[in-house]
Design a protein around this ligand. Sequence first.
Ligand SMILES: [Zn+2]
Length: 236
Amino acid sequence: MSLESRYYYEEGIILFKKKIGEGDLLLTIYGKEKGKFFAIAKGALKIKNRLRGKVSIFSVGRGHFVKRREVDLLISWESYEKFLEILEDVDKFILISDYIRRADKFIPLEVKDLVIYSYFYDFLKSWRLIDRYLGDVFLIKLLQRLGYMGKLELKCKKCVKDLSKNDYMYFNLRDNVVYCEECKDIGSVKVDLREVMEFNEILDKTFDEIVREKYINSLDNLNLIGRMIERIEQEV
Ligand SMILES: [Zn+2]
């Protein structure tokens, strides 16, 4: 490997940091070009280190890295935005970290996806508004992007009856389909037409749009969405 190609710059968001060894940090970064990747910030916790205090969690910025056979090294980091207010608000920090940790489970290593990058960025940018509902919306958008979730067709999977005029239907979490009263199987749960339509609307909008409009805010909907996310999380 030539000397030149060992070094590179990457813009990204620091999603996690973990102390390793003697004062080093293992960072999980979502990069614009690289997607999710790991990097070590050597000596970042030591007093006289140029990285000290710079690599804070949720920091959005540009790093200079050196390639290594295993985990790349971060040489320097310049923050554009630090979101330090999130770190100071304990409840928000816990809520936001929880959703980022849940999202992380689904994200493959080193697959570039600017849409996912923007979801993380929009999620952090909207931190003041984030509650359980918007956290769930964030996960749904991410799962949709990664191919785990799609819109629900308002037709009974078995008899093909149109269910768009029915007040309720039966939703099968395992297969992500709906049934009519007559065709429902064991394990399907009764859901309101409204819940299903709201779910479909989330898939039609961008995360940012939903945040801006605070589009829907019903607790009923949280039920269905919460269950769907849990179901998928069990499998990964
Ligand atoms: Zn049916």
